[in-house]
Design a protein around this ligand. Structure first.
Ligand SMILES: [Zn+2]
Length: 226
């Protein structure tokens, strides 16, 4: 029986991804139940922090879902999920400040964020078409198409690599802002870091998965040439 061993390359990324997601869920479950001493809601805290850091023009809205918090650079809007927006928990403040960190990156033209935004259209193309192009190359035994598929997917890998400094920097800014604003005790800061580190791990897992998938494409190409 024929077995495609290259599929095993996907396993470590998959396991890392599941582990990271489990850590996010457990950190969120724990720290969304622990209130901060300041008692200020995440929405109030970030609107103050954004103003203090020269980004008072950022709109803040509530959005549906759990852990759907994000900053939208096109409309310069920070959207906070229901469990975060009005909450004064450690998790809520950490998550909201992380998204505010992205808003500050935009306001200050943080280079990796600009690079990431530039890459979005190319990466959308790459993630949709890399496998179809590669498979067409296999089907027609036409190597240039296989190479094209690999290059398209390499852009996806590069994108998830560029995402890492953007995410780590947003978390660093979050902790610094919250501390400077006097929103956290030392103990609360530890909780914020745990939530944000777990979230960062999911981005590391995405990068590792993408990298292994790229190696898989290269392995399939090499196998066909032998
Ligand atoms: Zn982020």
């Amino acid at each position: 029986m024929y077995f495609d061993w290259t599929i095993l390359l996907m396993l470590p990324g998959l396991l890392l991804g599941l582990w990271a997601q489990a850590r996010v869920n457990s950190a969120y479950a724990k720290y969304s139940q622990v209130g901060t001493r300041s008692g200020v809601s995440a929405e109030t805290a970030v609107s103050q922090l954004l103003r203090q850091n020269g980004a008072g023009d950022v709109a803040i809205q509530a959005t549906s879902g759990q852990l759907t918090d994000h900053y939208d650079p096109t409309s310069n809007t920070l959207r906070l999920s229901q469990g975060v927006y009005g909450s004064s928990s450690i998790a809520a403040l950490g998550i909201a400040a992380h998204e505010a960190g992205h808003a500050l990156q935009k306001a200050q033209n943080y280079p990796f964020l600009s690079l990431r935004s530039l890459m979005v259209p190319v990466v959308n193309f790459g993630s949709k078409l890399s496998w179809p192009i590669f498979l067409a190359g296999i089907l027609f035994s036409f190597e240039p198409l296989m190479y094209a598929g690999i290059i398209a997917f390499a852009l996806v890998v590069l994108f998830s690599l560029v995402t890492l400094p953007v995410e780590f920097d947003a978390s660093r800014r979050a902790v610094a802002m919250l501390n400077a604003g006097g929103f956290l005790t030392q103990e609360e800061e530890t909780g914020v870091r745990k939530v944000l580190n777990a979230a960062a791990l999911t981005y590391v897992a995405s990068f590792v998965s993408a990298l292994l998938q790229l190696l898989r494409l290269i392995a399939i190409l090499n196998r066909r040439r032998r």
